[in-house]
Design a binder for this molecule. Structure first.
Ligand SMILES: [Zn+2]
Length: 294
């Protein structure tokens, strides 16, 4: 570990800001202030630098400091060397050198001297390291926060998707229910019309129970007739459907149907529709019969 480069020259205030030069570090009792005697010796600076470089591991002895203090005092105040040395020693021993180094560094920044005297100090490197670690810690925290946000967003999307699927299913159920109801209604209407038809109580072709959802002759075709029976036939088994289609065959067989129509005159289109229905009910009767036995 290298020294924090404590600038003792500054710490001991060899430089006298009141005068703007290095003055004697002694106290002038007659003037009740620091001695203003200008000191030129560069030996003080050198000695303090050497001592500073050994800090904070090796603290100077009092004798060493007395030697320096003697050089930093004018001839009037050399007898204060011991007191000054004691003051310096307690300053060094009591001061948090790391903290001091930091303050020195800051002081240097305010200097006009652009040459860094404390460049690359231990404290600066530790500060840089600390900042680097702090930055990494913040980056990790940000990364974790980002992941949490993404996870929350993903959950919200899932919730929305579930909610959508649930509502969609409800809508389909309602539609399916509506569809079943509309087929039940179609069958009821058909069955009622069929009763009148079988009772020979129809007086126009509009009374014919057309087996399509709309109950209208214009909608009769193979597809619509098959769809009608598939969806509207009451019952739940092929056997039940087979029996019902047997009844349908008895109504729609050309010979039977003619009896119900009696003297009504049908148009060619109506005749064609009757033929389609006859074909389809026979086909469905066979189909349900086959399913029933299989
Ligand atoms: Zn003096």
């Amino acid at each position: 570990m290298s020294s924090p480069n404590i600038d003792l020259f500054k710490l001991f205030q060899i430089w006298n800001p009141s005068f703007g030069y290095n003055s004697c570090v002694g106290y002038a009792p007659s003037k009740r202030k620091r001695c203003g005697w200008e000191m030129y010796g560069s030996s003080v600076a050198k000695q303090l630098k050497d001592i500073g470089n050994r800090l904070p591991h090796v603290h100077p002895t009092k004798a060493e400091l007395i030697e320096v203090a003697t050089d930093a005092l004018c001839h009037h105040h050399k007898r204060q060397a011991s007191d000054i040395a004691m003051k310096w020693k307690s300053l060094i021993d009591d001061t948090d050198l790391e903290d001091l180094s930091e303050r020195m560094r800051n002081a240097r920044m305010n200097d006009d001297d652009s040459n860094p005297r404390f460049g690359g100090s231990q404290s600066m490197r530790e500060e840089a390291k600390r900042k680097q670690e702090e930055k990494k810690r913040q980056e990790r925290a940000q990364e974790e926060a980002r992941k949490r946000r993404e996870e929350e967003e993903r959950k919200r999307r899932e919730e929305r998707a579930k909610e959508y699927a649930r509502k969609e299913q409800e809508r389909k159920n309602r539609e399916a229910e509506g569809e079943r109801r509309s087929w039940r209604q179609a069958w009821t209407r058909y069955a009622e019309a069929q009763e009148k038809f079988k009772g020979k109580k129809i007086y126009s072709s509009s009374g014919i129970p057309w087996p399509v959802k709309s109950g209208l002759q214009k909608d009769v075709n193979e597809q619509n007739v098959v769809t009608f029976y598939y969806n509207a036939l009451p019952g739940s088994s092929a056997s039940e459907f087979y029996k019902m289609m047997q009844q349908e065959c008895l109504i729609w067989h050309p010979d039977k149907a003619k009896q119900f129509i009696k003297s009504l005159t049908l148009t060619a289109a109506e005749e064609a529709s009757m033929a389609v229905i006859a074909r389809m009910v026979i086909r469905l009767h066979k189909e349900f019969g086959g399913r029933r036995t299989s």
